[in-house]
Ligand binder design. Structure first.
Ligand SMILES: Nc1ncnc2c1ncn2[C@@H]1O[C@H](COP(=O)(O)OP(=O)(O)OP(=O)(O)O)[C@@H](O)[C@H]1O
Ligand SMILES: [Mg+2]
Length: 283
């Protein structure tokens, strides 16, 4: 991009997200939007929601870390075009950590039956070289990206996947009352809402199973309560039911963990029966 694409505006005033930023004078925690830097296949599926900001003059601004996790950090990122105030959105940025400070608890068992195209990458991961760790972080990011895209296209409630760039995924920020939506573990819904949540979880599980996959790490920590709607997150480990010999074990665990939460909240659910129902739908 050249400075001509970003002509100086003729206004003054308090600095806000829409204040003109000179071409080579982005503040700390800012960058030019990476939307146009990534390959088309690294952008979210069509039809794209109207809020996705695609302009070349947009600036990404870090708004702070939402949560530091075992394998990734999730931050809020604003993408806004200073020249078009209506072009502004806050997204969740999930960034996988490559080196050292992560525990690879999601590893071999999940990926069994998956193929990795490049044997050079596979060897690097085995050697645990720096390059290998970067590749591994990227593989988890790609795996989560693919799962989000697939779920979105199937109509499973997940954050809309905006783009993937290496180890960073930008996705829809899920909110409740304009704050980050609480995790399911944090809420105590009234009986009618609880019953609706159960139907939503069941529907999501059925859709996934019919498509031949299980979430693989479903829990009240990985489901957000966006008011009346539930949204499933955190899916780098989505498991292929046919290809992974332990696929059904993961599905069963997902069922038991979720049923346990509903039961504790006062709506008894038989996890084994739920699992049996789903197995019957799988073929
Ligand atoms: N799209 C989103 N919208 C709102 N909040 C989100 C979103 N994605 C993630 N979060 C928040 O960040 C937290 C961590 O996200 P996620 O579970 O995907 O990452 P993780 O690294 O696996 O974390 P953990 O190790 O704690 O499971 C979530 O529990 C949720 O609170
Ligand atoms: Mg999580």
């Amino acid at each position: 991009m050249t400075p001509e694409h970003n002509p100086a505006p003729q206004h003054s005033g308090a600095p806000d997200p829409f204040t003109f930023v000179p071409y080579d004078d982005l503040a700390d925690g800012q960058r030019w939007s990476t939307w146009l830097d990534v390959e088309p296949l690294c952008r979210g599926p069509e039809p794209r929601p109207g809020w996705v900001v695609t302009g070349s003059g947009a600036i990404d601004t870090e708004l702070g870390i939402l949560k530091t996790g075992k394998e990734a950090d999730v931050s809020l990122l604003q993408r806004a075009d200073p020249r078009r105030p209506e072009e502004s959105v806050v997204m969740a940025a999930k960034r996988y950590r490559s080196p050292e400070h992560r525990s690879f608890h999601r590893s071999a068992a999940y990926t069994e039956g998956r193929s990795m195209r490049r044997s050079r990458d596979q060897r690097a991961i085995k050697r645990k070289s720096t390059f290998g760790r970067q590749v591994a972080a990227g593989e988890w990011a790609v795996s989560e990206w693919n799962a989000l895209v697939r779920c979105w296209q199937l109509g499973v409630p997940v954050p809309y996947p905006v783009q993937i760039d290496g180890t960073e995924i930008l996705m829809e920020w899920i909110t409740a009352e304009e704050e980050t939506a609480p995790r399911l573990i944090q809420v105590r819904p009234a009986p009618a809402l609880l019953a609706s949540y159960l139907e939503q979880v069941r529907d999501a599980l059925i859709t996934l199973v019919r498509d031949g996959v299980a979430h693989g790490d479903l829990s009240p920590y990985n489901v957000l309560a966006a008011g009346e709607r539930l949204v499933l997150i955190d899916m780098p480990q989505v498991v292929d039911l046919a290809g992974n010999p332990q696929g059904f074990d993961y599905l069963r665990r997902d069922c038991l963990v979720m049923s346990d939460w509903f039961t504790r909240r006062g709506l008894p659910v038989d996890g084994e029966a739920l699992f049996a129902d789903l197995v019957a739908q799988a073929w």
